[in-house]
Each structure stands twice: as structure tokens, then as C-alpha cells.
Design a protein around this ligand. Structure first.
Ligand code: PLP
Length: 375
């Protein structure tokens, strides 16, 4: 019997393939189409001839672990023990899968807030757990009454994602306080915080679980160098978790991956000396402004977005087709690819919303805007 009977080709692949077939501008999948930082390429070229091609230690290259510890200290004033609380992973995806499979037992409930990133539920199913999907509010803020009502004796893990894919929502101080008040009552519930877009926030800074003393003892935090350094194909990320949880996570990691791509780890280690993470939000804020100003007078209704490189729009003034059909039409008839938001819900809730990715060259965005304005 299949462990994932309902898994099909992901909507991201489907839309990208359709976009390629119709030569459409691809604002669907979440990856940059602009060049990688020249300095990163130079480090890569320089190091390739050095002795960087064999297994690194299982948890990661020690120099990279130290750099991440410094970064975490600088950004979030959290001291982490690199021996016991940190693990380099093959992207956040593997970090999330490994966390869930190390910590969720057969029959455990895992709370997932909808709409949500598509890798959470399959990871829970492979672990033998039960995904419990809870809708966010209409403005995509967390609904704590629903979250608390869903908690049972079987609840093992709550997954949160901030800044949020697909909606761009970022939790505020009150949201975290509300979460802390609930979790104080349930000491066995763990928290998986997916923070892959931690460096992309526009209105107010992203609040990391790394800065929440009431949460860190039960929290596993996932980060992604793919997202933060615009090298999604390198698939390097990391997890931070307290020692007892990390011990279990490493047990699974060592048999799933053992050690992550050595070349990428060495190059990133050196690049971390020169990269300025503060510039990332500004760069994306400019792209977002270009895109939003461009479609402001179009028939698409722009929803507030506080972070990530995604923008959600409502198209109900243009069409009453469901969002998957409309996204296909947008490719085949008009030549722009987006992701329908219903695919991020368990029950395919269709609110006539599309997600555009603006991590693209200005030229791509300008061309897309021209088309979208004429629809
Ligand atoms: C919310 C979220 N989490 C995790 C990931 C996966 O990150 P990585 O490419 O590092 O595996 C993505 C990628 O799109 C994402 O949007």
C-alpha cells in the first residue's frame, strides 16, 4: 500500500512545465531567475581545486557550524552549542522531513496551519502521524481559538511558518504571546518553526522563534541557505534545536543523508564572511515595489504582503473560474505563470487567489506587469 496515495506531481512542477510549453513568463515557482552573486561564484571557482570534496562530519562542516552560531547570535542574540544544537541539512525540506520523522510517532497528531507549504503533510504521513489542518483567519493571521480547540492528548507537534509561504504574512508580538500562553498549558507539544524566508520582511521585522525564551526549549527552527543566498539548487539549510530533540533528529539524519554536499558547505562558509543579509530585504522590497506599482491599476486586487518573495492577488473581478483553471488560462492565453492558492489547503479552498513570485529580474517583472495590466 502506498504511504502517500494522494501524492501527485507537485503543482509547482505542473505550472512550470506548462509555462515552458507555452513560453510563458514564469512567476510560479519560488526561485530567483537573476544571477548568483559574482563573489559567491569566485569563491566556488577558487575552492574547487582545493581539498573540499570528501565527506564532512555528519552534523556539518565545523567552520560552517561556527559561522551559523555567530550569525544566530548576531541576528537573534541566541547562543547555540554547535556540537549539540545545530545540524546542516540538504535544504530546509530535508530538515523538516527529518525532524518530523525523528519526533513524530505512529498515531501522533501534527497541527498544520492552512494554507501551508506542501511538504509538511507528506512528511507527517510517512512518519505514520496524522496531519490536522487548521485554517488561518481570512487575513491569514493565526486563529488561536481554532489551534487550541484542535489540541488533544495525541498532539505532538505544531508547525508554523514565518514569513509565510504562500501569503507573505508575518506573525507579530501578540501572535507569539498568544502561542506561548497556549503552549504553556501543554508541555509535551513541540514546535517546528519554518523560517526559510527569515531575511525577507518589509513592514516589520520577522520575529524568530530563536528570540522567544518561552519557546526555544521545545522548538526546532528550520533555515535555508538556498533561499537566503539565492542558490535554491544548492539545497543547503540548517536546523537549530535543543539537545534532546537534536539528538533524535541526528539519528535519522545520519541514515538519511549522513553529510550534506561538501562543496556547497565550504563555499557558503567563506561567503558568510562577506555577505550582508541586511541587503536582502531591500533588494526584494525594490522588486516587490516594481511589481506592485506595475499592477496597481490592473484588475487584480493586491493583498497585503509583509514578507517572503511572494505576492498574493485576487482575480475575482476578471474571472469566476476556479483558481487552478484560471492559473492554467493565465499561462495558455496570456503567457504568465502563477500558483493557485487552493493547492496550499487540504480541502482545496478556492478564494480566487493566485501567488506570484517576484524573485525575478526587473526585466521579467516589467514584461509580466505589461501582460497582467491588459487582462
Ligand atoms: C515555506 C518553505 N519551507 C521550506 C522550503 C524548502 O526550502 P529548501 O529549498 O531549503 O529545501 C520552501 C521552498 O520553497 C518554502 O517555501
Amino acid at each position: 500500500m502506498s504511504k502517500l496515495p494522494n501524492a501527485t506531481a507537485s503543482i509547482f512542477s505542473v505550472m512550470s512545465q506548462l509555462a515552458n510549453k507555452h513560453n510563458a513568463i514564469n512567476l510560479s515557482q519560488g526561485f530567483p531567475n537573476f544571477p548568483v552573486d559574482e563573489r559567491l561564484l569566485q569563491i566556488h571557482e577558487r575552492l574547487l581545486n582545493e581539498n573540499i570534496h570528501q565527506y564532512t562530519p555528519m552534523a556539518g562542516l565545523p567552520s560552517l557550524l561556527n559561522k551559523i552560531a555567530s550569525l544566530t547570535n548576531k541576528n537573534y542574540q541566541r547562543e547555540i552549542n554547535t556540537d549539540t544544537e545545530l545540524l546542516i541539512t540538504s535544504g530546509a525540506t530535508q530538515g523538516i522531513f527529518t525532524t518530523i520523522n525523528a519526533l513524530v510517532n505512529y498515531g501522533d497528531d501534527v497541527l498544520i496551519l492552512d494554507p501551508s507549504y506542501d511538504s509538511y503533510e507528506p512528511s507527517v504521513l510517512v512518519a505514520g502521524g496524522k496531519p490536522v489542518r487548521i485554517s488561518l483567519n481570512d487575513d491569514y493571521s493565526p486563529n488561536f481559538n481554532r489551534i487550541e480547540a484542535a489540541i488533544t492528548a495525541k498532539t505532538k507537534l505544531l508547525i508554523i511558518n514565518n514569513p509565510h509561504n504562500p501569503t507573505g504574512k508575518i506573525w507579530n508580538e501578540q501572535d507569539f504571546e498568544a502561542l506561548e500562553t497556549i503552549l504553556e498549558k501543554y508541555e509535551n507539544i513541540l514546535l517546528l518553526s519554518d523560517e526559510v524566508y527569515e531575511y525577507i520582511s518589509f513592514k516589520h521585522p520577522h520575529i524568530s522563534v530563536n528570540t522567544r525564551p518561552k519557546l526555544i526549549n521545545r522548538a526546532i527552527i528550520a533555515s535555508s541557505f538556498g533561499k537566503s543566498l539565492h542558490v535554491t539548487g544548492w539545497k543547503v539549510g540548517y536546523l537549530i534545536a535543543p539537545e534532546p530533540l537534536m539528538k533524535e533528529i541526528k539519528k535519522v539524519h545520519q541514515f538519511l543523508v549522513f553529510s550534506v554536499n561538501s562543496t556547497a558547505q565550504h563555499v557558503i562558509t567563506k561567503y558568510l564572511d562577506i555577505v550582508n543579509f541586511d541587503e536582502i530585504s531591500t533588494m526584494y522590497a525594490n522588486k516587490r515595489a516594481l511589481f506592485l506599482e506595475g499592477i496597481q491599476s490592473s484588475c487584480f486586487k493586491i493583498l497585503p504582503s509583509e514578507g517572503t518573495y511572494f505576492q498574493v492577488v485576487n482575480y475575482s473581478e476578471i474571472s469566476n473560474k476556479n483558481d487552478v483553471e484560471f492559473a492554467k488560462e493565465l499561462i495558455t492565453k496570456y503567457g504568465v505563470a502563477a500558483i493557485p492558492i487552493s493547492v496550499f489547503y487540504k480541502d482545496a479552498t478556492d478564494k480566487k487567489m493566485l501567488r506570484f513570485c517576484f524573485a525575478k529580474t526587473d526585466e521579467t517583472l516589467i514584461n509580466a506587469v505589461k501582460i497582467l495590466n491588459n487582462i
